[in-house]
Ligand binder design. Structure first.
Ligand code: NI
Length: 261
């Protein structure tokens, strides 16, 4: 995998709050890439599970590398498998598990099982609260129901790859939750996201990749990895009229606070 030269600068602190390092896109050179990232300023990565198996893989990566942490959970696209939440509860008690995720609602891929999605999302929030862990929320074309559940349950956590309106962002922020911003902010069709990025308070902004997906411009469509975060930070810094280093610094501080690292 090509490591972009502009991402090899020794940035002081890069914390990727949302990755899928267990994805098969990394099978060929996962270890080399992780070492390279570590040597290029990546100070922390949260790799998220989507079902039992990927949650286990996330944990094993977290055990292998100091700077990698895991989130365990069942993604809305994976609920049909019937994976057991009891097993998620066992995995969540691992000392390298820092969150329940990625969990949430996805009405883009699955409009048929909204009720089941909501039930599993709610149960996993209850589990996170029981274990005093934050949640990592996936919300795709399900803004209204996501907000209803979050307002009802009031968990700690982050809406990852936030795609809602400024109004929704304000509602989520009122609940004390964080907003995750990734490579989409560098896309020409980022739509309402720049307006959202302007209003997120310094202490509620997280930066992320969702790698291997959503590589920032000029690598859009390629396999993404946490080392590309400076490109996303640069765009966020332009919008917020600050510098890339400050965005990297404050997003690292926010991630370590939220995930208690
Ligand atoms: Ni994800």
């Amino acid at each position: 995998m090509e490591y972009p030269i502009e991402c090899k600068l020794p940035y002081p602190a890069i914390f990727d709050s949302h990755a899928h390092l267990d994805d098969k896109a990394f099978d060929e050179d996962r270890e080399t890439l992780i070492e390279e990232m570590k040597n290029s300023g990546v100070a922390g990565i949260i790799t998220c599970g989507c079902d039992i198996e990927s949650s286990k893989r996330a944990l094993s990566l977290a055990h292998k590398y100091d700077f990698i942490y895991a989130a365990v959970g069942i993604h809305p696209e994976e609920i049909q498998k019937g994976d057991s939440l009891d097993e998620i509860e066992v995995l969540a008690q691992d000392k390298k598990c820092v969150a329940i995720g990625e969990i949430g609602l996805d009405y883009y891929y699955d409009k048929e099982h909204k009720k089941l999605q909501k039930e599993i999302f709610s149960s996993q929030i209850d589990l996170a609260k029981k274990l005093h862990l934050p949640i990592i929320v996936h919300d795709r074309e399900a803004h209204e129901d996501t907000l209803i559940i979050l307002k009802d349950k009031k968990p700690k956590g982050v809406l990852h790859c936030f795609s809602g309106s400024v109004e929704m962002a304000k509602e989520v922020l009122k609940l004390g939750m964080y907003l995750g911003v990734g490579g989409v902010i560098t896309f020409k069709n980022a739509r309402k996201l720049p307006e959202v990025v302007k209003i997120i308070p310094d202490d509620k902004l997280l930066i992320e990749t969702d790698c291997p997906y959503l590589a920032p411009v000029p690598y859009r469509g390629k396999v993404c990895f946490s080392g590309m975060i400076p490109l996303t930070a640069k765009k966020i810094a332009e919008i917020r009229e600050t510098d890339t280093e400050s965005i990297l610094q404050l997003t690292k501080e926010n991630a370590t606070r939220l995930f208690n690292i």
